[in-house]
Design a binder for this molecule. Structure first.
Ligand SMILES: Cc1cc2nc3c(=O)[nH]c(=O)nc-3n(C[C@H](O)[C@H](O)[C@H](O)COP(=O)(O)OP(=O)(O)OC[C@H]3O[C@@H](n4cnc5c(N)ncnc54)[C@H](O)[C@@H]3O)c2cc1C
Length: 592
């Protein structure tokens, strides 16, 4: 087949064309769509573009199951925002910025009621108020939910509202580059999956809400689109990424696929059982048992498996998983509270959780770190300096409310609270501002060349092959437990795999719906993100939250009660550190 020439796809005459909007938001998940809604609610005259490489309602947010935390006090009157804030800070192993946590927990009830008014179908108590359930690391029952399909319920309602307000949605457009000139964000370069068209959007404000990077690892609960593109593009632009070493493993990924079985299942009373039939959490977190925070529970499961108390598919001891047992909960409760988890196990493994335990083990789930932002969603560059016109929120951002370990049901909350705040800040920022001057031609030309050289490359490796080698490397060398020598070896391997990238071969040379081109770009970005994770993890010589070093098993507040900032360049990664904001709670030993 003759490869296409990019000049044919985008005729030279159209090279300098620019699409103008007041605001461009990349990402149609909860954070991006909540921000877009806030902007048009504040000022309906603003032209807002929302770009997503998937359709917005296929963003990973749609898969969120267990719920969203807020101290509504519907089932537990003793709850308070202060208790929610304390649980969050303790859960974060004291690395969260407490000013940001205070905002998160104080504003939580209002944003949930606002969602309710938009029409989100929350599950109810018999008296009609929003129901709330228990969740790991939360000291009160404060997680609001829509059965175990909470993300689905919220995202659909938000997207319906965007349609109503006339937000322009560019779905299945892949953003390839952030345009940053002289410290000012001016727009993005994007590629249309449908027909290979390349365009530049120019805007007064650019927001990244591009989600997480679970696909850096070989076993994850995340969707295929969670490839950390926004993080890599920010790093390539010379801006820092914060606390990237903190990767959350969710305790209960279905074995062997890694698909999530929500913490809601344990919130509703399920047990974790080893090969000896023991509820082993009594040895690790006796006061919280199965509802200990995720870092502690994931390590406990990994230790049980290492000690030979895991289970094999034939039921014998010494295998690679443990059991999540729902049987005592009974059919009625399982089918009304966690029907989706039952369906997942049934569809993927043929297991009927009413009568059989589910095989589970930790799976990569969430990125605590990300693009550093202040509490208005403005992106930081050096120290306290901010990037003009650049904003971020949601899982791609690090504000930091989760510190070294996120509590379940706090991420949807972060997306909604900080999506809303960032939207409000953007609406104010663009008021009375002009569109920045921008010559789009060089950007379009570079993008075209980049794609053309990918197509022309007559390499020996398939994308899937290189990606698998890379994901296996990250999983083996930067997993639940970490060690200097293992990570160093991982970095060396990573360098070799990066060289293979220069020799990948694409089979599809067409311009219509060429998903291979997207996969090639995603792989490049994945590898940058992984290199930053490994480098930041090597340098943090302590154990805190999800970052468990076998060679430095203790937390070291003297040297590491601070945020990592990583600056990427192809020549290497520089690290600096930033102090943690401590306003409410002094660091203590973390016990459950
Ligand atoms: C299975 C699962 C269950 C979860 N359950 C819960 C829960 O119950 N409670 C909770 O609090 N949290 C939960 N989480 C975490 C939570 O869902 C996510 O952290 C949150 O939804 C992330 O939202 P977001 O808006 O930041 O990003 P996402 O929803 O991931 O959206 C990212 C968007 O960016 C777009 N994008 C990315 N890169 C590009 C690019 N290069 N060009 C164009 N567009 C791009 C994507 O298309 C997408 O629209 C769960 C996560 C998973 C994986």
């Amino acid at each position: 087949m003759v490869p296409i020439q990019w000049g044919n796809v985008l005729p030279r005459l159209r090279v300098s064309r620019v699409i103008d909007h007041d605001v461009v938001i990349i990402g149609g998940g909860l954070a991006g769509s909540r921000a877009a809604l806030e902007i048009v609610r504040t000022n309906p005259r603003l032209s807002v573009a929302l770009v997503a490489k998937t359709h917005p309602i296929r963003s990973h947010s749609v898969a969120a199951q267990g719920g969203i935390a807020a101290t509504l006090k519907n089932v537990d009157e003793a709850d308070s925002w202060e208790a929610h804030a304390f649980d969050t800070v303790k859960g974060s192993d004291y690395l969260a910025d407490q000013d940001a946590v205070e905002i998160l927990t104080r504003e939580a009830p209002d944003v949930v009621i606002d969602l309710e008014h938009m029409g989100v179908l929350f599950s109810r108590l018999p008296d009609g108020r929003i129901a709330q359930r228990a969740f790991g690391g939360h000291s009160h029952n404060r997680t609001c939910y829509a059965a175990d399909k909470t993300g689905h319920a919220i995202l659909h309602e938000l997207i319906c509202n965007l349609m109503r307000y006339g937000v322009k949605v560019y779905d299945e457009w892949y953003v390839m580059q952030l345009i940053l000139e002289e410290g000012q964000a001016k727009g993005v370069v994007m590629y249309h999956l449908l027909d290979g068209q390349i365009e530049v959007i120019r805007a007064k404000a650019v927001m990244f809400a591009t989600g997480g990077y679970g696909r850096v690892f070989n076993t994850t609960s995340n969707d295929f689109a969670s490839t950390g593109d926004g993080l890599a593009m920010t790093a390539i632009a010379g801006l820092p990424l914060e606390d990237m070493e903190f990767v959350q493993f969710h305790p209960t990924g279905l074995y062997p696929v890694g698909v999530l079985i929500s913490e809601a299942v344990r919130g509703e009373g399920a047990y974790l059982i080893n090969s000896e039939g023991q509820r082993f959490m009594e040895n690790y977190a006796p006061s919280r048992m199965e509802l200990a925070p995720r870092d502690i529970t994931s390590r406990a499961i990994a230790r049980e498996i290492r000690a030979g108390r895991g289970i094999h598919p034939d039921g014998s001891a010494g295998g690679p998983f443990i059991y999540l047992d729902l049987r005592h909960m009974g059919q009625e409760k399982i089918m009304s509270r966690v029907p989706f988890c039952w369906e997942e196990a049934h569809r993927l493994l043929g297991i009927d959780a009413v009568h059989q335990p589910m095989p589970v083990r930790p799976t990569v789930h969430y990125s605590m770190g990300g693009i550093p932002v202040n509490t208005e969603g403005r992106v930081r560059s050096y120290g306290e300096a901010l990037v003009d016109g650049f904003f971020a929120a949601g899982e791609a951002a690090c504000v930091s409310v989760h510190g070294a370990n996120r509590l379940g049901s706090n991420s949807l909350l972060e997306c909604v609270v900080y999506g809303k705040r960032t939207g409000a800040a953007i609406a104010e920022f663009v008021e009375n501002r002009k569109l920045p001057p921008l010559d789009a031609s060089p950007y379009l030309q570079v993008a075209r060349q980049q794609l053309q050289s990918l197509l022309d490359q007559a390499g020996q490796y398939r994308i899937a092959q290189v990606r698998q080698a890379y994901q296996d490397c990250m999983t083996e060398h930067c997993g639940v437990f970490r060690q200097e020598s293992v990570m160093r070896e991982g970095l060396a391997k990573l360098k070799q795999i990066q060289q293979q990238y220069a020799q990948i071969r694409l089979d599809d040379s067409g311009k219509l719906w060429n998903t291979e081109i997207i996969e090639a770009l995603e792989l490049k970005y994945l590898m940058i993100v992984g290199e930053i994770i490994l480098t930041a993890a090597l340098n943090r010589k302590e154990s805190r939250g999800s970052h468990a070093r076998e060679d430095y098993p203790d937390r070291d507040d003297l040297n590491f009660l601070q945020h990592t900032l990583a600056y990427y360049s192809p020549a290497g990664i520089d690290l600096t550190y930033r102090p943690v904001c401590i306003t409410l709670f002094q660091p203590q030993e973390r016990k459950y």
